[in-house]
Design a protein around this ligand. Structure first.
Ligand SMILES: Nc1ncnc2c1ncn2[C@@H]1O[C@H](COP(=O)(O)OP(=O)(O)OP(=O)(O)O)[C@@H](O)[C@H]1O
Ligand SMILES: [Mg+2]
Length: 418
């Protein structure tokens, strides 16, 4: 999997690390739209007052969500991120890799390498028994460098598949760790960072909600022109923002950003507060991703285009007491984190970044990082799903999250609780 890589394969560094420019990626992949059922990419930036680009790619015949959101510093970055997310989702809904139907014990007895199913996120606290037959798909464990079977439910996002649920396995079905890219290495690096990000969010959930001083970043220490541009746009639109360092025990830079209208805003409509998250070997890219994602979440809400945001959410969010609380948290709680002290682990090449992240995970006892290659020869876009045993994910039951945090002896002294 790591053969023939170029150690310095990153060529584009403006707000994201890529093997080529977003414009080149878009122009190369847009001709695939018809074949994959993507009918359009819409620029929805103008529905909000911030002006930082957000786009939506529409795929009406999806087997999961029919819209994919995209964000970035410029329009091509946002268009490309929406298009690439739609493309990767299509791949995860249309998997034609060989499946095996067997139990965990059955595969082990047959001499196969199998992911530790007790370390995979589940919707409930009950695990699938090791003798229950389920569907499996094979990937490559990046740490042992051996083929490894993972439950098909942890890879597929085809929500219409009739085999789903029949196993009572309860594995969380999500796009966590699903990624596309210009190269396979680029996709793996993004997917790994995403899995680490989701885990960090779960660890920091209470601290984020409280806007805790221990994780609150002093905005004036974020000395990055791209972030400054984003902060200026938010200030111009009369929006308050708080940036939080949610980097976990892995020390892979990870941030959250919360935005909320100032009180003077919202006379003709009341918008809730929104959060975004970002994880990347480079702290500057990580924080920028968090801020652009918060802006994207707000526009997703405004555009009403996402299938899984229901009326109940619209009606319960954004009441004035809640908004006041968010404002107080952002305005009154002092910040303590000096951004310049957060170390980058970024390099000039995706392979080096991947190896650094793998070493960190492995040293912390997270030793099964399975990549399933979902790319198709006739389409030729690198798409992977990375399944990391032992990391937490948003839909997971809280009991199992606690077990994982304790297993990793996560330091709760910073106010991070599972
Ligand atoms: N310029 C680009 N070139 C190649 N692939 C890209 C580019 N921008 C985004 N992508 C891919 O598109 C997908 C979506 O990326 P994006 O950064 O928008 O969201 P994300 O952080 O994965 O968001 P989410 O949390 O919603 O999953 C990822 O797989 C990413 O690798
Ligand atoms: Mg993603």
């Amino acid at each position: 999997m790591f053969a023939n890589h170029n150690a310095q394969d990153k060529t584009y560094f403006d707000g994201t690390h890529r093997a080529c420019s977003p414009e080149e990626t878009f122009n190369r992949n847009w001709p695939l739209a018809k074949q994959l059922g993507i009918t359009r990419v819409a620029d929805i930036t103008g529905l909000d007052t911030i002006g930082i680009p957000v786009c939506v790619a529409i795929r009406p015949n999806s087997r999961g969500l029919s819209t994919s959101q995209g964000k970035g510093l410029d329009l091509f970055s946002a268009k490309t991120s929406a298009l690439m997310e739609s493309i990767e989702s299509w791949h995860a809904e249309n998997i034609d890799l060989p499946l095996r139907h067997n139990s965990y014990a059955g595969l082990i007895n047959a001499g196969e390498q199998v992911v530790d199913i007790t370390s995979i996120s589940t919707y409930t606290d009950s695990y699938v028994s090791s003798t229950t037959p389920i569907y499996w798909v094979q990937g490559q464990d990046l740490i042992s460098r051996k083929p490894m079977w993972v439950p098909f439910d942890t890879v597929s996002t085809n929500f219409t598949w009739s085999g789903r649920g029949s196993t009572q396995a309860n594995f969380v079905i999500s796009t966590n760790g699903l990624s596309s890219g210009n190269t396979q290495q680029e996709a793996i690096a993004h997917a790994l960072a995403e899995a680490v990000e989701r885990d960090a969010i779960e660890l920091a959930r209470d601290a984020i909600r409280a806007g805790a001083t221990s994780i609150k970043v002093k905005p004036e220490t974020i000395n990055d022109a791209n972030c400054q541009k984003l902060f200026d746009a938010l200030a111009q639109a009369d929006i308050l923002y708080g940036v939080y360092n949610i980097t976990s025990d892995f020390k892979i830079p990870c941030f959250s950003c919360t935005i909320v209208d100032r009180e003077s805003q919202g006379r003709w409509r009341t918008l809730p507060a929104f959060s975004g998250y970002g994880c990347h070997p480079s702290p500057e890219v990580a924080v920028m991703r968090a801020v652009t994602e918060a802006i994207q979440s707000r526009l997703t809400h405004i555009s009403g285009s996402r299938d899984d945001i229901f009326w109940a959410e619209y009606s319960k969010l954004g009441n004035s007491d809640d908004l006041d609380q968010y404002r107080r948290i952002i305005e009154d709680i002092p910040a303590s984190v000096d951004f310049t002290k957060i170390e980058s682990i970024s390099s000039q090449g995706f392979n080096t970044d991947i190896q650094q992240m793998l070493d960190i995970l492995d040293n912390k006892g997270v030793s099964q990082v399975v990549v399933v290659d979902l790319s198709k020869p006739n389409i030729n876009v690198p798409v992977v799903k990375v399944v990391v045993a032992g990391l937490m994910s948003p839909s997971e039951k809280s009991g199992t999250k606690q077990v994982r945090a304790i297993k990793r002896e996560v330091n709760t002294a910073r106010g991070l609780t599972a």
